[in-house]
Design a protein around this ligand. Structure first.
Ligand SMILES: Nc1ncnc2c1ncn2[C@@H]1O[C@H](COP(=O)(O)OP(=O)(O)OP(=O)(O)O)[C@@H](O)[C@H]1O
Length: 238
């Protein structure tokens, strides 16, 4: 069996009796930038929560590397949403110190590099950060772990277009070859240059999973036009 993969098979998930994901199948080889695309409410955050092991009580299987266990998946993936439970009265530096205790793979050196590049003042309290800087901080924390799968939920939301371009270049330069980075974003054109693959969620499951280069060659469409066509009901994935 191949172990350098991330997979979800027949994944079905309900929350408060609402069916959110239904028989979702996804299989990615590690080492790529993957865009997780879908309209509001399509289930992008939910899928990331399930992969990371924050959300449980699903049916089907989820695997990262060779393991299906929740404990291993939390260890093998780093999720930007983890910041949700953090005490906003703590400074960025204090929060990073907490992370270093919580996650043995957290690199304080990497964190320092990211915060320098992102122009964040680590003496500030989390509560004092603007929306964009809060996103940058969540990304810095997430990427400072040394693990296999990085799950970034709308990392560029609220970030100005110039900074966005700089963060994307930094991310390309930073990515370890074996790591997988899954990014959800509503502004497909802004992130498309970083993406090796896209996964489109619609109707509670994956309706397309394509290599971006092949997609352009084979369809002659931009990635954004291809993605939007699923929502216009005019495309099928073959
Ligand atoms: N606590 C909950 N109880 C019931 N349904 C929920 C709950 N949380 C989320 N949902 C539903 O799950 C579905 C998927 O939500 P999710 O946040 O994963 O979507 P998303 O693709 O990330 O959306 P967005 O792009 O708006 O962030 C939505 O229909 C949402 O209403």
């Amino acid at each position: 069996m191949t172990t350098n993969k991330i997979s979800a098979e027949h994944l079905t998930y309900k929350r408060n009796r609402h069916l959110i994901l239904d028989d979702l199948n996804l299989n990615v080889q590690q080492g790529h930038f993957i865009g997780l695309l879908g309209a509001n409410g399509a289930g992008k955050t939910t899928l990331m929560r399930l992969l990371n092991g924050v959300a449980t009580n699903f049916t089907g299987t989820i695997q990262i590397g060779a393991s299906e266990s929740i404990v291993d998946r939390k260890q093998l993936s780093s999720f930007s949403e983890s910041l949700k439970g953090v005490n906003a009265n703590r400074t960025l530096h204090q929060i990073a110190t907490d992370y270093a205790i919580m996650y043995l793979d957290f690199s304080e050196k990497a964190f320092e590099n990211f915060t320098n590049k992102y122009e964040l003042d680590c003496h500030q309290k989390l509560s004092a950060l603007s929306k964009g800087n809060r996103k940058k901080f969540a990304t810095a924390l997430t990427l400072s772990r040394q693990t296999q799968l990085y799950l970034l939920d709308e990392p560029f939301e609220g970030i100005d277009s110039m900074t966005r371009k700089r963060l994307i270049s930094n991310m390309i330069a930073w990515k370890p070859a074996a790591a997988t980075v899954m990014i959800s974003d509503h502004h497909v054109n802004d992130v498309v240059n970083i993406l090796d693959e896209i996964v489109v969620l619609k109707d509670k499951h994956v309706v397309a999973h394509r290599n971006t280069e092949q997609l352009r060659e084979e369809t002659g469409m931009s990635v954004e036009a291809y993605y939007e066509s699923f929502y216009e009901g005019s495309a099928t994935d073959d």
